[in-house]
Ligand binder design. Structure first.
Ligand code: BGC
Length: 767
């Protein structure tokens, strides 16, 4: 090339590079990366700002059935992002009016079952599958996981939560968040915080001590926020000590952002709180669902605009909220222009759902080695729920699946022979009643409502015939609960109905008289009474609500192709009155409480049982296997000064005859001191690989001084008091296999946090 033409072409490229295509676009910045955010916010009109912090309603055109979306500002390259419920799977409409395609999602087991696996790898795998389904269906953020504490077994949404214990809740949530977010879609920790009931959930004032908040109700969020950095947090409906969560600066800024180091954005729960300005100021960045569907919410952007104009809301506050939202938007598939397929791998995810389900089922009783069953065993299967098997709870946590594998179907597919007459009589009974007006499923606010059909009365002759024809009698007991409503300590709910009691009684008597066994399968989402009937049957399998592959997963356990390894992450009390919050749930008066006092304080679940010697029916951490395990050589192997931590190890050996996995638990009994402490607290847990008979594995657990410390609410400080800490390895909270001491010579201030959420009233001490 000649020198002159080279100069000419250089000149042209310089002109092309620097000459703006239009003077207009040169001035309007586009959202591109974190560095662009400030200029993008600068370029926004006040209207655009107010719209961006309020959702666009529940009518999500791009993905029908999704829970909500944010406002798009195309001129600044800000896309609308789409949010979908969980936590048991992606929740979208399965069909769309304009197309014959289907958009079914996979229903995974409920979180309570996931926690019962005691295996963070299972939680992670399920999270990852959910995240992938979300991404392929055009979702940017999953409204999951949910991790409120099982304060009381009657909590209507307990099925959506993991446990009564914050450590296992936080670890499971962290693993789930990591799984979801590994796909490049966001996860949401919800409902922040102390949202432990459905009764008057939009207005209830939770009165709770700072100590119980820090040690129990915030702890899981702390673990998950720090370990997994979720993109978003959803504030809860309730008030905490007088202020709505979504309007609570102590909660959302002082605690969440400062103490817990959360970096994403906060959204309200749907229609939560009352005052958009207070929400903005508190650090609740996004108000959901917004939109114009409901007359009571179209005002939100307008209120915000007026507040900025009249000076009651500093525009800087709004800018900060927007910045939090934009930082997350930058990471979303919508921003990146991801071309989703609408074709997630439902076959692969069904398999993940089935494996997770089997991994979290808990064998509560197995006398006379009634289970597993030999191949081809004939079964007299009783109970309506064998046909209408319950995959999960109702409300926003429900998933629209193509099919749920019933228990009857699953057992037959595994080669078991079901008594044909019995199966026919249940099938006919259910299809007949479903045609009656009162039992017809109908469309509720949040999806299909399926009225409960009364248990089919079992004739004596029917049982006699089944006893004659089959090797074992299996009775299925089912319960469903969900959003909006707490459960009740009544027959048909926490208690068995007379018909159910009679069924267990008669069937067990008759099978036993013939020298045959019975078993009960519990297809439930939260504890029920077991003490009144458990002696009558030989085996009890707690299948929880195991997702869409229910029948297959139950068959995997009954056949022994999967050895049960689930353990309880929530206590089964002997009677409801043995629950520490029984007198204060859901508040007083129980049918319409304005406040609920957490008078049991830090003594939730097993913390109460172990401290006050209240015997449960089945304790926290309990679960049987078809094999046995030995725990040996518990020791502190290493002190790590730089990280203020130490490592504990224990060796677990399979001493039985079949391969199996064991969930091992590390508890701590802290020394008495100035601070109140429960007798026992879970501090770590782990699960072995599948151990062959005779095989052993050493599990290691790292404990930090923070893990062992207690909260001193007078100083807003986590303190490790001096004394001897008993480090215990247990197969359950009542089955401690070994103890080693860990001595602390002087009190140690571990962490100072903000003095937040102090109750305004004296909380009565009940224990
Ligand atoms: C629930 C949330 C859910 C939201 C959107 C609310 O009623 O409490 O858990 O994410 O609805 O469906």
């Amino acid at each position: 090339m000649k020198k002159s033409s080279a100069i000419m072409s250089l000149l042209i490229s310089v002109i092309v590079l620097f000459y703006p295509s239009t003077s207009y676009s040169a001035k309007v910045p586009k959202l591109a990366d974190e560095a662009s955010i400030d200029s993008v916010i600068n370029a926004m009109t006040l209207e655009e700002k107010a719209n961006l912090v309020v959702g666009t309603g529940m009518n999500v055109a791009r993905v029908p059935g999704a829970a909500g979306a944010t406002y798009a500002i195309p001129r600044l390259k800000i896309p609308s992002i789409i949010l979908s419920d969980g936590p048991a799977g992606v929740r979208i409409s399965p069909t769309r009016p304009e197309s014959s395609d289907t958009y079914y999602a996979t229903a995974f087991p409920i979180e309570t079952l996931i926690a019962s696996t005691w295996d963070i790898n299972t939680a992670n795998k399920v999270g990852s599958a959910i995240g992938n389904e979300a991404k392929e269906y055009g979702i940017d953020i999953m409204l999951a996981p949910a991790l409120n504490i099982h304060r009381n077994p009657l909590g209507g949404r307990n099925f959506e939560y993991y446990s009564e214990d914050p450590l296992i809740s936080g670890e499971m949530a962290a693993a789930t968040v990591k799984g979801i977010q590994s796909n490049g879609v966001g996860a949401t920790l919800k409902h922040f915080a102390a949202n432990n009931q459905e009764t008057n959930r939009m207005t209830i004032d939770t009165i709770v001590s700072q100590k119980a908040l820090r040690e129990i109700y915030l702890k899981g969020f702390e673990i998950a926020a720090k370990k997994a950095q979720p993109w978003t947090v959803m504030s809860s409906y309730n008030k905490i000590n007088g202020t709505y969560s979504s309007e609570n600066r102590d909660l959302l800024t002082n605690i969440l952002r400062n103490d817990l180091r959360f970096k994403g954005f906060v959204m309200t729960d749907w229609f939560a709180g009352k005052n958009p300005i207070a929400q903005m100021k508190a650090g609740n960045d996004l108000i959901m669902p917004g939109g114009s569907l409901e007359s009571n919410i179209i005002y939100q952007p307008e209120v915000i605009i007026n507040a900025v104009k009249n000076g009651s809301l500093d525009e800087k506050v709004l800018n900060k909220n927007i910045k939090n939202i934009l930082k997350v938007i930058l990471k979303t598939p919508a921003f990146k222009g991801y071309q989703y397929s609408n074709k997630p791998n439902l076959i692969q995810n069904a398999q993940i759902s089935r494996e997770a389900a089997a991994a979290g089922m808990v064998l509560l009783k197995n006398d006379k080695s009634a289970l597993p069953l030999n191949k081809g065993t004939s079964i007299g299967l009783f109970g309506n729920t064998q046909i209408e098997t319950i995959k999960g709870g109702t409300g926003s946590g429900d998933v629209n699946v193509k099919k749920v594998v019933s228990i009857a179907e699953g057992l037959q597919a595994a080669g078991f022979k079901l008594d044909k007459e019995l199966l026919k009589s249940y099938t006919d009974y259910i299809s007949k009643l479903r045609k009656e007006e009162q039992y017809k499923p109908y469309q509720g606010t949040l999806g299909k409502v399926i009225p409960t059909i009364p248990e089919k009365p079992v004739e004596s002759s029917e049982i006699d015939a089944a006893v004659k024809n089959t090797d074992i009698g299996i009775i299925v007991i089912g319960r469903i609960s969900g959003e909006f409503k707490d459960r009740k300590n009544e027959k048909g709910d926490f208690l068995l109905t007379d018909a159910e009691q009679k069924m267990i009684d008669q069937i067990s008597n008759k099978y036993h008289a013939a020298g045959k066994n019975t078993a009960v399968i519990l297809n439930i989402g939260s504890p029920i009474d077991v003490a009144s009937w458990r002696d009558k049957t030989d085996a009890i399998l707690l299948a929880w609500q195991p997702g869409q592959e229910a029948g297959h997963a139950i068959a995997d356990i009954l056949s022994g192709s999967v050895n049960p390894s689930g353990k309880l992450a929530t206590t089964f009390p002997i009677s409801y009155s043995d629950v520490s919050s029984a007198a204060n749930f859901p508040g007083n008066p129980p049918d319409n409480p304005a406040e609920v006092i957490y008078a049991e304080d830090i003594y939730t679940g097993y913390r109460y049982n172990t401290t006050f010697n209240v015997k449960p029916a089945y304790e926290f951490g309990y679960g049987l296997s078809y094999t046995n395990f030995e725990y040996n050589d518990l020791k502190i192997t290493q002190k790590n000064k730089s990280k203020d931590s130490f490592t504990v190890s224990v060796t677990i050996k399979n001493t039985g005859k079949v391969p199996g996995k064991e969930a091992a638990q590390i508890y701590v009994t802290a020394p008495k001191g100035k601070l109140e402490k429960p007798a026992l607290e879970l501090k770590a847990f782990g699960k072995t690989k599948l151990l062959e008979p005779g095989e052993e594995q050493t599990l290691k657990f790292e404990l930090t001084v923070k893990d062992l410390s207690s909260f001193d609410e007078n100083q807003s400080t986590w303190i490790l008091e001096k004394g001897t800490y008993e480090i215990k390895a247990g197969a359950s909270s009542e089955n401690i296999k070994g103890t080693v001491p860990y001595v602390v010579n002087k009190d140690i201030v571990v962490e100072k946090v903000s003095n937040s959420l102090a109750p305004q009233v004296q909380i009565p001490k009940v224990f």
